[in-house]
Ligand binder design. Structure first.
Ligand code: ZN
Length: 458
């Protein structure tokens, strides 16, 4: 707790960018000291707990791998010139490579070299987690300058038993129902994918943990795939509490936001996210259907778990040239992009917490608002103000079955404004909260693409 030092209420895009710059040079992988050091640094934003599962532990259909300890790797030409050196970029070594110490001709070395001929100045990012191989990544420009050799090739690294680390922070709310926020932490020296997700998840967690939220929130910081699988394998008892979740990744640049829907596409979190994005960034975002390819939503949405988890990112992986290359650097992510993403995440969190189904306590006819000082004394020819319209919508729709997000969708009034009006109506005993939107029968919301009514007609 003592490391939880930055003031998360006022955390700026500059501060988030600074933390990304501190994390950028740390060599991360799915296991090893870089993961531990990175998680420890996130504790500046939120009291993330670091957990470990021993190598060799069976987890679902997988086994927890050994730790990867990397020190240095290079390729040296016959004149002793270092052509490729991980001191310049950690992307130069294929992540999780087995060690090598050899002298090889160009022909012998070529099968171990990876370049991007279409982007000749960039270094690609490659991994070999589950095969005993080794390799180097370099720019096509560097490869084009390499002579016949022979080359001195060295990877000083080892795989050894240890633990797989992940970070977790549970923020207990007034309700035991949980929102899961998951981000991967295994990429070395790539800024948007996924240092942006790591620092934004931690910043959101720090902000939420300053007060007791309505819902409980669980943040997990996991190495991609194997980390999510390890977390799922060891946390099956909490899964039934999860009413919605977001995998967050690639949120540090300035491209449009994308919500990738849950496996079903019709979950409460899908409707909530569509409403939130429409309110904050109308026509500047996209909703994508679920596909079984991508990030850890694949694990959460596997048929044995079917968790209502989707993914929030800006531009989608694989669709922009910087993706998984050395061009995903500290210039690709911007303080402004990070700050806008954090503002959106806070708004999403508030909307999740505030999506309540209310009951009108004076449902027969309109209650007399003027008598209670809630109706402006303006003449009949003047349009009622936003607050007044919010109250009228809430009173009319709060039949004990309609949630705040649904009323927002129907009325065009934001959930924030409706929430303010709902608090006012509660003070005057005209409205009472019944339940959270995600805890009862699904509402039929044809407007948001859910054509099938899940509630029996009466
Ligand atoms: Zn990635």
């Amino acid at each position: 707790m003592s490391k939880h030092s930055m003031t998360t209420d006022a955390i700026s895009g500059e501060q988030l960018h600074q933390l990304i710059a501190e994390l950028y040079p740390i060599m991360r992988s799915i296991t090893g000291p870089g993961v531990r050091e990175s998680l420890a640094r996130l504790q500046a934003l939120a009291p993330v707990e670091i957990r470990g599962i021993p190598s060799g532990t069976p987890v679902l259909d997988w086994t927890v791998p050994e730790e990867w300890h990397f020190r240095h790797a290079f390729i040296e030409d016959p004149d002793g010139q270092r052509l490729v050196d991980t001191n310049n970029s950690h992307l130069h070594v294929v992540n999780f490579s087995v060690p090598v110490d050899a002298t090889l001709t160009r022909e012998e070395l070529l099968p171990h070299l990876h370049t991007l001929p279409e982007q000749p100045a960039s270094i690609p990012y490659r991994t070999t987690y589950y095969a005993d191989q080794w390799g180097f990544c370099l720019s096509q420009q560097t490869l084009d300058k390499m002579g016949p050799g022979p080359f001195t090739v060295r990877i000083d690294a080892e795989r050894k038993p240890g633990v797989l680390n992940y970070g977790e922070l549970f923020i207990p709310g007034k309700s035991t129902r949980e929102i899961l926020v998951s981000t991967h932490i295994c990429h070395p020296q790539l800024a948007n994918d996924n240092l942006s997700g790591m620092v934004l998840a931690a910043a959101l967690a720090g902000w939420l943990s300053a007060h007791t939220p309505e819902l409980s929130w669980r943040f997990v910081f996991v190495p991609g795939t194997i980390g999510a699988i390890s977390w799922l394998a060891s946390n099956q008892t909490v899964l039934s509490n999860i009413i919605g979740g977001l995998v967050i990744t690639g949120l540090g640049d300035n491209s449009p936001f994308h919500w990738k829907q849950t496996r079903e596409g019709t979950q409460w979190i899908d409707r909530l996210m569509a409403q939130c994005l429409q309110e904050t960034l109308p026509n500047k975002h996209r909703i994508l259907p679920f596909t079984p390819y991508g990030y850890d939503e694949r694990q959460y949405c596997s048929p044995g778990f079917k968790l209502p988890v989707g993914r929030l990112s800006r531009n989608v992986h694989g669709t922009f040239p910087e993706y998984h290359t050395s061009a995903d650097d500290l210039d690709f992510v911007t303080p402004a992009g990070l700050e806008q993403s954090l503002a959106l995440l806070k708004r999403i969190a508030e909307s999740c917490n505030n999506d309540i189904v209310y009951q009108n306590l004076a449902p027969h006819g309109e209650p007399q608002l003027g008598r209670r000082g809630l109706y402006s004394a303006l003449g009949a020819n003047t349009d009622p103000g936003k607050l007044q319209m919010s109250m009228l919508w809430l009173l009319n729709q709060s039949d004990g079955e309609t949630s705040l997000s649904t009323i927002a969708g129907k009325s065009g009034i934001s959930m924030q404004e409706l929430d303010e009006a709902a608090r006012l109506l509660q003070q005057h005993q005209l409205l009472t909260p019944l339940r959270h939107a995600a805890s009862g029968p699904d509402e039929s919301t044809g407007k948001q693409g859910n054509t099938q009514s899940l509630r029996a007609p009466r």
